[in-house]
Design a protein around this ligand. Structure first.
Ligand code: NAD
Length: 421
């Protein structure tokens, strides 16, 4: 079995991206040189990140910034601080960003960065030192028209503020060099909830086209973090019943629908685990996958729907990939055989990078937008991308993911050709 065909471990999204790339490249009839150009990263920078610890000693972490493709615009993608953020992982994530920005039709390419560390083991001062050291080492490949980072796992708006400060010390005030900043430093209204909002826009579009009404329907959500909690709130506002929710410590089930505003207050106001909320029956993270529902929304980890545990047993009408790479390629095939449509991650969860694009535009214009404008333009972008994919699904009778790849690869290949490659 080739590595691309193996069911990869949850974190190794690189292998997932490769096998799906081949399917779409075949459909587009891409030449071998173009496949190589689109598959390989444009530039991959590996650095040592030295910093002084609170005890006075110097420690080193390994850091990466991978620019996968910049044919359609400056490279764009988050920086994660995570022990498993090795080069393979970062290349895979950078590649996905290229397809996500192309499908959303925003003028960016794809990138990702990572520092191999556990941020929970660092004091705030050490975290700042790591961020500044990493920024100094990769600053030469960054820039508002070159490569624009954003937060990702283990990083946040404060870390982006330090990155902005360190970069601006060299290049002059450059708010457009990074997105996901605090509002005071040029962040965008609506960025925090953008991914969850975008997920629900796509659910609404699908619901209208395929007769799975959201109102009264049963939704289950794995993960109640940034993405999952906003999906729950927006879907609840549209009248959906959120019948099960989990977080890392377990979950809750209530067939009539959980009281989402109160659960949100419980999880974020009182900072308590989902399973300790009184309004439902406690379930384990394994039991979650067996609950019959209309919409199954993984919004936590990669690789959670796989042939070993649940691909043959999940009982849903449609799977909505709010997380990155929640479905392994083999599970994807099994779901296809079972007739369950899978709305792919780089369509469904593009709301975050779309509003990051709006943030960049606002920084370049030096003119902040209202929340209404952000949400209205987000809806337009999400629906346009959804409609393009739906049309290919109908026309070519291919799975949603394949259709999304056909559009994304086609757009990047066209940009490469127009540039003379
Ligand atoms: P987060 O850290 O805010 O939340 C993750 C949630 O998943 C938490 O509630 C955590 O408790 C839960 N979780 C962890 N392990 C679990 C397990 N084994 N079972 C059940 N729940 C578990 O992260 P997030 O920003 O919401 O991101 C979630 C997913 O969405 C990730 O795959 C991320 O890459 C993807 N994503 C996020 C954004 C964004 O803008 N935040 C954009 C695109 C994609």
């Amino acid at each position: 079995m080739s590595p691309a065909a193996a069911d990869p471990s949850p974190m190794k999204t690189g292998a997932i991206a490769k096998s799906q790339f081949d399917m779409a490249a075949d459909l587009l009839g891409l030449e071998p040189y173009m496949r190589r150009l689109l598959r390989m990263p444009f530039r991959s920078v590996a650095v040592e990140v030295p910093f002084r610890k609170d005890d006075g000693s110097i420690e080193l972490f390994r850091g990466y910034r991978v620019q996968h493709n910049g044919a359609r615009g400056p490279c764009k993608g988050g920086i994660r601080f995570h022990l498993e953020a090795d080069e393979e992982e970062v290349v895979g994530l950078a590649t996905t960003m290229t397809w996500k920005t192309a499908l959303a039709d925003i003028p960016f390419g794809g990138a990702k960065g990572g520092v191999q560390c556990d941020p929970r083991q660092l004091s705030p001062r050490e975290l700042e030192a790591v961020t500044r050291s990493f920024t100094r080492r990769i600053a030469i490949v960054l820039g508002p028209y070159r490569d624009i980072p954003a937060p990702d796992m283990g990083t946040n708006a404060q870390i982006m503020a330090w990155l902005l400060d360190e970069y601006s010390a060299r290049a002059g005030y450059s708010p457009a060099v990074v997105t996901g900043k605090p509002l005071t430093l040029g962040g965008s209204l609506g960025r925090e909830e953008a991914t969850g909002r975008g997920v629900v826009y796509t659910m609404e579009d699908y619901s209208r086209d395929f007769g799975v009404p959201l109102k009264g329907s049963r939704v289950v959500i794995q993960g109640f973090g940034n993405v999952g909690s906003f999906v729950a709130q927006f879907a609840h506002q549209l009248g959906a019943r959120i019948i099960a929710v989990t977080d890392v410590d377990g979950g809750l089930h209530h067939d009539q629908g959980l009281d989402i505003p109160r659960l949100f207050q419980h999880a974020y106001g009182e900072r308590k685990p989902v399973a300790e909320f009184a309004g439902g029956e406690r379930i384990t993270n394994e039991q979650f996958w067996g609950i019959p529902c209309d919409w199954l929304v993984p919004a936590a980890l990669g690789g959670v729907i796989n042939k070993e545990s649940n691909a043959r047993s999940v009982d849903c009408k449609v799977l909505v990939e709010a997380a990155n790479s929640p479905t392994t390629p083999i599970a994807d095939k099994i779901l296809g055989e079972r007739g369950i449509p899978v709305l792919p991650d780089f369509l469904v969860n593009a709301g975050g990078v779309i509003v990051s694009y709006f943030e960049w535009v606002q920084n370049l214009q030096q003119h902040p937008w209202s929340l209404e404008q952000v949400n209205q333009e987000l809806r337009q972008k999400m629906t346009t991308a959804y409609t393009a994919v739906r049309d290919i699904v109908k026309e070519k009778h291919v799975p949603w993911r394949t259709a999304a790849y056909v559009i994304a690869l086609g757009r990047v290949a066209e940009a490469e050709r127009l540039r003379g490659h």
